[in-house]
Design a protein around this ligand. Structure first.
Ligand SMILES: Cc1ncc(COP(=O)(O)O)c(C=O)c1O
Length: 412
């Protein structure tokens, strides 16, 4: 075993989270490093969903809206997410997709101040963030979307600006200092909408401590909610009364079952609900959230975030020890990084395909980035080292150059 391998084995032996790996149904022989894109399946999920289908839906039928707590699911799950992001239980709701929640919050943020006429983001932000902003701006004469490189972005914000920032960049893994950026933005009279999709369940978050006002995030990545899991939306308690959702569906009404003709927003965060919550998706997401909260209780959440950082560090060291070729795109400093690591290489797509054939699943992001996500609940230190050594080996051996590794599928 290499020195690095021995270090990893010692870290695994002392890992207070080690027992949680078995709580996931990971296939034999697979090293799963794509939990930043689609989290792994908790063993509990299949039973939980089956119960929701058979007992709650099959037996309970429509009574389950009350008796099985379906109607409270958006708030109940929101309160669970809140514990992972440093928010109050009444500041988060689970609903819709991240994209739809972005639309709702960006619209509400624009309406917060009559001077708002610019949505400012960075080039290369996750596409849906930019597309949603563009779509919203198209419905608002006088509102435009601008992008600026992150170094200058806060300095360019002012009272006319809504900032749209992804806390951990989906490709590079760069992490904004949420507290510093929020403070600077607020000092300039601006408001920030944070996208936490690559942060929640990956790194420490303290939205209240950071003074964050608005945020959205994804349920199917590190929260292990399953493909297309519902997303979440956060709004700080004190500004909730001033926020108006543009999607004024009945579930966000103050009294949905009064069936009145005129819309009146629900008090608080519930005003951001729109239509009927997807209960089967909620059941799967709740299983993922419960497991995460159990781990945070058992080991302490600091242990989770420290493990994320260590897994990334070991992986970087293993790649760089074995090969001079790939260029690290992610920050070396763990406090400036999320829980995924990206390397650039001209043959990144083929290298990722060759790794997948060896059972190491990462992903490719155009044009030249290979991306590896590390989930503190189920990845081991030994896996991080072995995967890093495999990246180096694929490059050194040139196996990536076999024709089958050059074929591109629809989803990379
Ligand atoms: C930063 C970011 N925002 C949003 C999303 C996805 O949004 P949605 O839930 O609408 O698919 C992703 C998906 O990878 C993402 O990386």
């Amino acid at each position: 075993m290499t020195d690095l391998g021995e270090r990893a084995a010692a870290l695994d032996a002392a890992d207070p989270l080690a027992g949680f790996r078995d709580r996931f149904a990971l296939p034999e022989g697979v090293t799963y490093l794509d939990g930043n894109s689609l989290g792994a399946l908790p063993r509990e999920t299949a039973g939980r969903v089956a119960r929701t289908v058979q007992a709650e839906w099959g037996e309970g039928l429509i009574r389950s809206w009350n008796s099985a707590g379906w109607i409270e699911a958006p708030a109940r799950l929101g309160a669970k997410v809140a514990r992972l992001i440093g928010a109050g239980a009444d500041e988060v709701v689970v609903a819709d997709s991240t994209s739809a929640n972005l639309f709702k919050l960006l619209s509400a943020a624009l309406d917060l101040d009559a001077r708002h006429r610019v949505i400012l983001s960075e080039p290369g932000n996750f596409p849906t963030d930019l597309y949603v902003a563009q779509g919203l701006a198209a419905t608002r004469p006088g509102v435009e979307v601008r992008t600026l490189p992150r170094d200058g972005i806060v300095a360019a914000a002012g009272p006319d600006t809504v900032l749209l920032l992804t806390h951990v960049h989906y490709k590079t893994g760069e992490r904004f200092d949420m507290a510093a950026v929020t403070r600077a933005a607020r000092d300039r009279g601006s408001v920030v909408v944070w996208d936490l999709s690559h942060s929640v369940g990956a790194v420490e978050l303290d939205l209240a401590g950071a003074g964050a006002e608005l945020a959205v995030g994804c349920g199917y990545k590190y929260l292990n909610g399953g493909p297309g899991a519902p997303a979440f939306l956060y709004a700080a308690r004190d500004i909730q009364p001033r926020l108006r959702s543009p999607l004024t569906g009945w579930m966000g009404h103050a009294a949905p079952f009064a069936f009145g003709d005129d819309y009146a927003p629900a008090p608080g965060i519930a005003r951001f609900l729109c239509g009927t919550p997807p209960i089967l998706g909620m059941a799967a997401l709740e299983a993922g959230l419960d497991l995460f909260l159990e781990a945070a209780r058992a080991a302490g959440s600091a242990a989770l975030w420290a493990k994320s950082a260590r897994l990334c560090e070991l992986f970087i060291e293993a790649v760089e020890t074995g090969s001079p070729e790939p260029m690290l795109v992610s920050p070396r400093d763990a406090t400036a990084r999320g829980s995924h690591v990206s390397f650039a290489h001209p043959q990144a797509h083929a290298v990722v395909q060759a790794l997948i054939e060896r059972g190491i699943i990462g992903d490719f992001r155009a044009p030249d980035v290979m991306r590896f996500g590390f989930a503190p609940l189920y990845n081991t230190h030994a896996e991080a080292v072995a995967a890093g050594e495999a990246v180096a080996d694929v490059l050194a051996s040139g196996t990536w150059d076999e024709p089958r590794f050059h074929q591109r599928a629809a989803v990379t």
